[in-house]
Write a protein that binds this ligand. Structure first.
Ligand code: MN
Length: 232
């Protein structure tokens, strides 16, 4: 046993449907602008430019069903409903076909965002960390194994706030599909079990306030919920 000056933090992990065993999370990658209609609403050109990424710390992971406080230092706190991939095999510089084989499971996710800080960062050419990688910013539903579901390549992805639909898209509308994303990312990083990939959001992102209840759904996968609490 190693000797630590402070006790190590708990390993971040996600529930896996149908088992008590948990999926230990080491890294969270996120794809930017992967649905054309969302790229347009953010003022970007949705032509097929190479995918780009940002990350959140694994400690930002927060289970579906939680209440999170309205975060500090923002006046424009946004939801982004996303399909999340859970990697289940080590891969490096793999083809899209080999990349698909490394996808072990799927989950519904919310990429919570301080949109005002992101706008400032974009304008100044600065990193997105405080806009994207803050505490409790990576909401995650239960992981469902791909061996149970099969390839989840199409199906409705929707989000409602207080029962009013705000986002509706289809997984088939991704600019870069899941095989291409994992393949592309595997050229930048050695991917391992424990790596999650948030695959981008369809159009309709918007702000929430304290008291709002978010419900997201992915056809064939399930639901994710989040309640926004008062500011800390
Ligand atoms: Mn996102």
């Amino acid at each position: 046993m190693s000797n630590f000056v402070f006790p190590p933090a708990e390993i971040p992990s996600a529930a896996v449907r149908g088992t008590d065993a948990r999926y230990a999370v080491s890294r969270i990658f996120c794809v930017g602008r992967n649905y054309a209609d969302h790229a347009r609403e953010m003022g970007a050109d949705p032509t097929r430019e190479p995918p780009f990424y940002f990350t959140k710390p694994a400690t930002a992971l927060t289970p579906s069903g939680s209440m999170v406080p309205y975060p500090s230092e923002t006046q424009n706190y946004h939801y982004e409903m996303e399909l999340v991939l859970a990697i289940g095999a080590p891969v490096f510089k793999v083809t899209p076909d080999a990349a698909v084989a490394a996808i072990w499971g799927y989950a519904a996710g919310l990429d919570m965002t301080r949109r005002d800080l992101q706008a400032v960062a974009k304008a100044a050419g600065r990193p997105w960390d405080t806009a994207k990688g803050f505490d409790q910013s990576a909401i995650l539903g239960d992981i469902v194994r791909k061996s149970e579901l099969g390839l989840l390549a199409k199906g409705a992805i929707t989000l409602a706030v207080n029962g009013v639909e705000k986002q509706r898209g289809d997984l088939a509308e991704m600019i870069w599909n899941q095989a291409e994303i994992v393949s592309n990312l595997s050229h930048l990083y050695h991917l391992h079990p424990g790596d999650l990939i948030y695959t981008g959001t369809p159009a309709g992102v918007g702000a929430v306030v304290a008291g709002d209840v978010i419900v997201g759904r992915i056809e064939g996968l399930g639901e994710i919920t989040l309640t926004i609490g008062p500011a800390e």
